[in-house]
Design a protein around this ligand. Sequence first.
Ligand code: FES
Ligand code: FES
Length: 171
Amino acid sequence: MAPVACDDIGITLNVNGGEHTIVVGRGATLLQVLRHDLHLNGPKYGCGLGQCGACTVHVDGVAARACVIPAAKVQGRAITTLEGLGDRAQPHPVQSAFIAAQAAQCGYCLNGMIMTTAALLAREPQPSVRAVRDALSGNLCRCGTHVEILAAVERATLLMADIARDEGSAP
Ligand code: FES
Ligand code: FES
């Protein structure tokens, strides 16, 4: 067991529906805890400054940048990472759409693109092109796959509308 430093604190986080009590450095960010302590590597470390979107997670369903959120501040909140959105056996429709659209080159930005899109479609199932562009405008893609990413979002929108229709929750 690792020694406990005097500036360590114990925190309990609700991540992907499970409670995790861990000892972390007082200044640990949510991203550090997710990747290093909980081994959830969906959220990526990009800029570390809240400016690229690679680290995006959901906090109570809202897209948020884990690299600038102190882990201790989100105790009691529902945190969802890419792993909690869906998995290989049961992917979230947004994940399925991004795979089908082959919207990746290096893939580093995709966690943020997918998490931001999922949060957008949860609150606005039929967003305009402008709304999609606005929502994703803070997510940087250095590979320039924006066209494929926008196609993936359009595909995800249609897929989720089909699912909602099948489930009887849409007209
Ligand atoms: S790593 Fe968090 S916004 Fe860039
Ligand atoms: S696919 Fe490489 S950063 Fe977007």
